[in-house]
Write a protein that binds this ligand. Structure first.
Ligand SMILES: Nc1ncnc2c1ncn2[C@@H]1O[C@H](COP(=O)(O)OP(=O)(O)OP(=O)(O)O)[C@@H](O)[C@H]1O
Ligand SMILES: [Mg+2]
Length: 344
């Protein structure tokens, strides 16, 4: 589990101080696929870079599996970092190395620890052990990301999606428990994005890796994340399960990011807009016909949409209701346990 406690980060430069994070309290539970969303400059990258201490927080603590990593010595930090893989928007592959040698790279950096797994060995046997271990591990990882046939290719010979697969294999080389993804699909087309997200989901399920995904694409959060935090202006605006936050965003920023522009853009000519939220719990009641028949409210359907979030159906419907009927409509919906919000 990753715990951020009162985390703060201020960048100091000649042109002045920039507060990138203030008072961040957040828990990323083990096994989650945790989305982080927010506008550009909100502090998302800084937040994940503080988790593996690529960036040093100026206040607060990062606690991973009960250990305060902000207080760790450099030596301990090097070990702790192996438990956290990271991938980026621009892949960051080593262009002079083949795919296999890119994936092997973290193993080379951790050679002493890898060799220690072989027990007490002579120098020659150590070399052999390391070579065999790396070959086996690289093959295994390339199988996982379905790139066995590109083993000897160079990054320049790969598509964006393939490069990200190599980066994922490399990030998993040391069997980390956590994988941080900073806009990992932002440079990819929609189909490639889906295949990378599917891979991340598989890695989460099969290997039990906890995944943190920074993204500006709400579809990414909808399709793979279990939890989401919304950052605005260096603070957490809100967080919760994706089903909770995506059905009823509370903060202005979450509403702006999550409620489709389409819904907000719908014009109501002669009444008020009510956004109904169906989370699969009250589907047995014919709410809309009941609204008309039982309470005499006339409502026009302006928009309806259903999505599948974390395996559950989540529907939105925007109704146009005459102003004088609004209270009646709201009473009816509340009595039938339908979640709704008045849209402006
Ligand atoms: N190394 C740095 N030195 C000074 N200021 C920085 C540095 N890195 C980031 N910042 C500032 O900190 C704030 C947060 O930046 P950060 O990169 O975390 O945002 P972000 O949410 O990841 O944005 P984006 O969506 O554009 O990637 C911004 O105001 C940014 O200008
Ligand atoms: Mg960023």
């Amino acid at each position: 589990m990753i715990q951020l406690e009162k985390l703060g980060k201020t960048y100091s430069s000649a042109s002045g101080d920039v507060r990138a994070l203030s008072d961040i309290d957040l828990i990323v539970p083990d096994g989650a696929i945790f989305g982080i969303i927010g506008l550009s400059g909100a502090g998302k990258s800084t937040l994940v870079r503080c988790i593996n201490l690529l960036e040093r927080p100026t206040s607060g603590r990062v606690v991973i599996d009960g250990e305060d990593v902000t207080a760790a010595s450099q030596k301990r930090l090097n070990t702790l970092r192996r438990n956290i893989g990271m991938i980026f928007q621009n892949f960051n592959l080593l262009e002079q190395r083949t795919v296999a040698r890119n994936v092997r790279f973290p193993l080379e950096l951790a050679r002493a620890d890898v060799v220690a797994e072989g027990g007490k060995l002579s120098p020659i046997k150590k070399r052999k052990f390391f070579k065999d271990y790396c070959e086996g591990r690289v093959d295994e990882l390339l199988r996982l990301v379905e790139l066995e046939d590109k083993k000897n290719a160079y990054p320049s010979e790969l598509s964006g999606g393939q490069k990200q697969r190599v980066a994922i294999a490399r990030a998993l080389a040391l069997k980390p428990k956590y994988l941080l993804c900073d806009e990992a699909t932002s440079a990819l087309d929609p189909n490639t994005t889906s295949s990378i997200l599917k891979l991340l989901k598989d890695i989460n399920k099969k290997l039990g890796v906890t995944v943190i995904i920074i993204t500006h694409e709400m579809k990414v959060v909808e399709s793979v994340c279990t939890d989401v935090a919304v950052i605005s202006d260096s603070k957490i605006a809100e967080h919760g399960t994706v089903a909770e936050v995506f059905s009823r965003p509370r903060s202005d920023i979450a509403k702006e990011l999550i409620i489709p522009d389409l819904i907000r853009a719908i014009e109501s000519e002669s009444g008020k807009k009510l956004r109904l939220i169906f989370d699969g719990t009250v589907s047995d009641t014919p709410v809309i016909s009941g609204l008309a028949l039982e309470s005499g409210v006339k409502a026009n359907i302006l928009y309806a949409d259903t999505k599948n979030i974390d395996g559950k159906p989540l529907g939105h419907m925007v109704l146009e209701v005459a102003e004088e009927d609004l209270e009646k409509a709201e009473n009816y919906l509340a009595a039938h346990n339908v979640l709704f919000e008045e849209e402006l």
